[in-house]
Design a binder for this molecule. Structure first.
Ligand code: GDP
Ligand code: MG
Length: 167
């Protein structure tokens, strides 16, 4: 099982922290951020017969008045087409209009999208997350839903395994 995985989400949800955790512990090949034609490859993780190539996507911004933001949104949107699995990272405690924008883009893809609810360490009552998950799941079909803490590394191994099931 092998394939490309992109990590998307608005700024500050913890995408870099998540990637650092995945790559930092399970790294088999470190790319020095080569610019490929389609993707900036951040790292390749090989474990348990699953090889996942994590790629970078430019951040998606709600503010489209600036040309650079329009350019980045276009680049991010095209990056969503050329991968096998998409990780949609959200903050367990904060949903914003930028999350909304990312969701709208993801609703258009036929690719498997795994909803990654990050920062669960900040939530005392985990059951309180369920209504929000239910609400989001009504708006698009997620291949999987996984609560994680990128900071603490909670459920990050499971995330790699979950990605493997979709490759
Ligand atoms: P990005 O913009 O999506 O790449 O987000 P970053 O990885 O840069 O993280 C943004 C902020 O959230 C940083 O201050 C991180 O330390 C913090 N953060 C990331 N993951 C977690 C988490 O699981 N729990 C907590 N409490 N904070 C986190
Ligand atoms: Mg980042």
């Amino acid at each position: 099982r092998c394939g490309y995985v992109s990590i998307v989400g608005r700024p500050n949800v913890g995408k870099s922290t998540l990637l650092n955790h995945i790559l930092g512990q399970k790294l088999s090949i470190t790319s020095r951020k080569p610019q490929t034609t389609r993707h900036r490859i951040l790292g390749i993780v090989s474990r348990d017969l699953v090889q996942a190539i994590y790629v970078d996507t430019p951040g998606i911004h709600g503010e489209e008045r600036k040309a650079i933001n329009r350019y980045m949104n276009r680049a991010a949107t095209s990056a969503l087409r050329d991968v096998d699995v998409i990780l949609f990272v959200v903050d367990a405690l904060k949903w914003t209009t930028d999350d909304e924008l990312v969701l709208e883009k993801l609703q258009k893809t036929a690719l498997p999208v795994i909803l990654v609810i990050n920062k669960v360490d900040t939530v005392d009552d985990k059951a309180a997350l369920l209504p929000a998950i239910e609400k989001l799941s009504k708006r698009m079909n997620f291949a999987d839903v996984l609560p994680v803490s990128a900071l603490r590394g909670h459920n990050v191994d499971e995330l790699h395994a979950t990605v493997g099931k979709r490759l």
